[in-house]
Design a protein around this ligand. Structure first.
Ligand code: PXP
Length: 239
């Protein structure tokens, strides 16, 4: 199991003042030096946080895993092919959303992914990961497409209003992880994870590989510092 830090919020803070700092590339370096296996960035169509220039600089500076999170538009596919990250996580993207609001609906995107998206990556070494809710049907369709990994959406678990619904979602995540693993795919997870709910997820859900964390980690770093915060997350993951 390894930590990938989502650095989008560093760019959000930078953009709030139109200054050159804080720099997401510098933040990525601190995260890696503190032991993170790599970083995630989401280049959105509206460029609200990470910008094209950040992506090219990250490509040059990140030593570990670079996970390019994006919507599967032709524009993003072209940039991603040029950057050649180790991993590309495909997500749904809505203009009005504050953050990614759920996994891909595989029934809706299947034909497009089969005919346009997956073929566009065929001649590259980029590994594809699909961001999905833990629905068996979505997972089976993703497998049919030949995806390398599935990132399980943990937001419903993280934001569960009570213990019963949290346990129900944990059971779904557990079954989903088993299904993904048994089908020979890599199990990643992310969304809404923090120092309190991460130990519960890790205890209950098997086969976890990359854990992608942004908002809570960057927020905590305001008080604790980025290096210490990354180390604290890694300590929990190794405990
Ligand atoms: N994984 C995906 C696919 C995401 O869209 C996000 C949010 O950008 C994350 C993980 C990280 O979520 P959070 O910021 O809540 O830790």
């Amino acid at each position: 199991m390894q930590l990938l830090v989502n650095i989008d919020h560093v760019a959000t803070l930078r953009n709030a003042r139109g200054e050159g700092y804080p720099d997401p590339v510098e933040a990525a370096e601190i995260c890696e030096n503190a032991g993170a296996a790599g970083v995630v960035f989401h280049l959105r169509g509206d460029r609200r946080h990470i910008r094209d220039d950040d992506v090219y600089r990250l490509k040059k500076s990140v030593q570990g895993i670079l996970d390019f999170e994006m919507a599967a538009t032709d524009e993003m596919i072209t940039i991603c092919r040029e950057i050649e990250p180790e991993l590309c996580t495909l997500v749904p993207e809505g203009r009005e959303e504050l953050t990614t609001e759920g996994g891909l609906n595989m029934k809706t995107v299947f034909e497009d992914y089969k005919n346009r998206v997956f073929p566009a990556f065929k001649d590259t070494d980029i590994k594809l990961s699909l961001f999905l809710d833990p629905n068996p049907t979505d997972i089976e369709l993703a497998h049919e497409l030949g995806t390398h990994a599935i990132e399980l959406h943990t937001g419903t678990f993280a934001n569960a209003p009570d213990e019963e619904s949290r346990q129900k979602e944990l059971d779904r995540l557990k079954k989903g992880a088993e299904l993904i693993h048994d089908a020979g795919m890599i199990v990643n997870a992310g969304h809404g994870l923090n120092l309190d709910n991460l130990p519960i997820l890790i205890r209950e859900v098997p086969h976890l590989h990359d854990i992608s964390i942004g908002h809570a980690l960057i927020s905590k770093a305001l008080y604790l510092g980025l290096e210490k915060t990354v180390k604290e997350y890694i300590r929990i993951m190794n405990a």
